[in-house]
Design a protein around this ligand. Structure first.
Ligand code: GLY
Ligand code: MN
Ligand code: MN
Length: 462
C-alpha cells in the first residue's frame, strides 16, 4: 500500500474531468470455494485498490464529484469477528490510511444510492465482472442483474483507463519488485527442468519461492512440455530430454502489482539444431518489437512487425511461401502465431481488461481485427509514455489447427502444409517480458532473465 497522498491524487484525477454526480467503486468480497467460510485467496478489485488502496473484502468507495469528497463504506469489526480474525483496524482508521475523512456503515450505502436516484443525481460505476458484484449493484439500484450489468458507465471507464494506464514511479517500482521474485522463480525452473522431473515438481519449487515472500501468483502458472497449448494449466507430465517447456509464470508484488514472464526451456540443457532457428526467430520477433516501441506507435503495428519477422524467418526455413507482407495481412501467419503480441499490465495481469477488452485496448487510432489470430490482440491502440505492456511473441505447432486449415485449404497459397505437418510434435515457444513505454523508446523492466540461447544454456549448465 502506498501513502495516503498517492490515493488522494488519484481520486482528484477523477473529479477534475467531465464526470458529474457520484462515482461508486465496489471492492470485492470473499469468494467461497465450496462453502461460505472456505474461500479462495482474496483478490481485491483493481480499480477499487487503485483509488482506495485497501486490500480487504466488503468495502465500497463513493466520490461526490461536486465536492470532491470521498466516503469509505464498510463494517467495523465486532468482538464476534475479532474472536476469529484477531484485532482489526476500525473502518475510520482504514479510511484515514488512504486519506479519506468520511466513513459510514456499509448498510447505509443503499440509502445514499436511493437518494441519488430520487434526486436524479447520476451514479457512475464500472462494468462488474463477478456475479456477487452484479447482484450487489442490482440490490443497491433496485433493478435486475441484467440491467445492473448493462448500466455501467463508459464515461467513468474512459476516465479510469486514462489514469490507470499511465504508471507512476511508485507503480513501476512495485512491478520491478514483483519481477525480482519472478526472476528467481524462472531461473530455479531452468535449473530444475531435468529429464525425468515431473512438471508439478518444478511448479511446486517455483511457487514455493513466491510463497516464501508471502505473495500470490498474478495468474495460474503455465508450465508445460505441451507448450503449443497456449494456456495449458495441467502440470502432470514427465519431462524428457529434448522437450521444450513453456514456462509462463509471474508473482504479484506486496501491493498487488503483477509480473508476467515467459521463458522456453530445453529439457536436458541444450537446444537441438531443429529447435535453435525457431527459438531464435521468436527471440528476434521480441527484440524487434521492443525496439519499435515508443509513444505514438500503435501496438497493432508492432504486432504486425513481429509477425513479419516470424514469416521472414519461417519462409527461409520452408514453412511459408510468397510475399511476407501479404502473408501477414491475409492472417495466414496465425497458423504458427495465433495470439496477440501482448497486453497492458499493472494491478491486473491483463490490466483493466475487466473494464472491457476493446474499450481499454482500442480507440479511434485502431480498430479490432475480425481475423483469426489478430483478433486476439487485446491492445491495438497508439501507445503513450508511461504505459507498461507485455511483449510475448510465440511460435506454436498446434496439430488440430494445422489439420483443420490443411483440410479446408485455408491460405494454401502461402502455407507449406507438409513442412508444418513434419513439426506437429514440436510443441511451442514463447518469450515474454514486461516493458515500459517512454517518449523515445522503451525499457524492459526488472533485472534481465536469461533468454538468449547462450544465456539459457549457460544457466542450465551451471
Ligand atoms: N500469462 C498470461 C499471458 O501471458 O497473457
Ligand atoms: Mn504470460
Ligand atoms: Mn502476458
Amino acid at each position: 500500500m502506498f501513502s495516503a497522498d498517492i490515493y488522494q491524487k488519484r481520486r482528484a484525477g477523477l473529479v477534475h474531468g467531465e464526470l458529474r454526480g457520484l462515482l461508486l467503486f465496489l471492492g470485492n468480497v470473499d469468494a467461497p470455494m465450496n462453502y461460505r467460510d472456505n474461500t479462495y485467496p482474496f483478490v481485491q478489485d483493481a480499480s477499487f485498490r487503485y483509488f482506495f488502496g485497501l486490500d480487504e473484502p466488503g468495502l465500497a468507495g463513493l466520490i461526490d464529484v461536486a465536492s470532491g469528497n470521498a466516503t469509505l463504506f464498510g463494517t467495523d469489526p465486532g468482538v464476534d469477528d475479532i474472536v476469529w480474525t484477531g484485532e482489526l483496524p476500525s473502518l475510520a482508521e482504514r479510511a484515514a490510511r488512504i486519506g479519506v475523512s468520511a466513513s459510514r456503515p456499509y448498510a447505509e450505502l443503499s440509502e445514499v444510492i436511493q437518494e441519488a436516484l430520487r434526486t436524479g443525481t447520476p451514479v457512475h460505476y464500472l462494468a462488474p465482472y463477478r456475479s456477487e458484484t452484479v447482484l450487489e449493484l442490482a440490490g443497491l439500484f433496485g433493478t435486475t442483474a441484467m440491467s445492473a450489468k448493462a448500466a455501467f458507465s463508459p464515461a467513468l471507464t474512459r476516465r479510469v483507463v486514462a489514469l490507470r494506464e499511465i504508471k507512476g514511479a511508485e507503480e513501476i517500482a512495485e512491478m520491478e519488485s514483483a519481477l525480482a521474485v519472478t526472476r528467481q522463480m524462472h531461473i530455479a525452473a531452468m535449473k530444475a527442468s531435468r529429464p525425468g522431473a515431473m512438471e508439478y515438481e518444478v511448479v511446486g519449487l517455483m511457487e514455493g519461492i513466491m510463497r516464501c515472500h508471502d505473495w500470490q501468483l498474478a495468474y495460474p502458472s503455465i508450465f508445460s512440455r505441451r507448450g503449443e497449448v497456449l494456456h495449458n494449466h495441467a502440470h502432470d507430465q514427465r519431462l524428457d530430454a529434448g522437450d521444450l517447456v513453456v514456462n509462463d509464470t509471474g508473482a504479484s508484488s506486496k501491493s498487488g502489482y503483477a509480473s508476467d514472464i515467459t521463458r522456453t526451456i530445453p529439457v536436458g540443457g541444450r537446444f537441438s539444431e531443429r529447435q535453435k532457428p525457431l527459438y531464435q526467430a521468436v527471440l528476434d520477433m521480441q527484440l524487434e518489437a521492443i525496439k519499435a516501441l515508443r509513444a505514438g506507435v500503435r501496438y497493432l503495428d508492432v504486432h504486425k512487425l513481429a509477425a513479419r519477422v516470424m514469416v521472414e524467418r519461417m519462409t527461409a526455413l520452408g514453412f511459408f511461401k510468397g510475399d511476407a507482407n501479404e502473408i501477414v495481412e491475409s492472417g495466414a501467419y496465425a497458423i504458427a502465431f495465433p495470439h496477440g503480441l501482448g497486453h497492458q499490465i499493472g494491478l491486473d495481469v491483463h490490466d483493466m481488461e475487466a473494464l472491457g477488452e476493446t474499450l481499454v485496448g482500442y480507440d479511434e487510432t485502431a480498430e479490432r481485427s475480425p481475423l483469426f489470430g489478430l483478433g486476439y490482440l487485446r491492445l491495438g491502440k497508439a501507445l503513450k509514455a508511461g504505459m507498461v505492456l507485455t511483449v510475448e511473441p510465440g511460435i506454436y505447432f498446434i496439430p488440430a489447427l494445422i489439420d483443420a486449415w490443411q483440410k479446408e485449404g485455408r491460405h494454401a497459397g502461402f502455407i507449406n502444409f507438409e513442412v508444418f505437418q513434419s513439426y506437429r510434435d514440436f510443441g511451442g515457444i514463447r518469450i515474454e517480458d514486461n516493458v515500459l513505454v517512454t517518449e523515445t523508446g522503451s525499457r524492459v523492466l526488472g533485472e534481465p532473465i536469461p533468454k538468449t540461447i547462450e544465456e539459457v544454456e549457460a544457466i542450465m549448465a551451471g
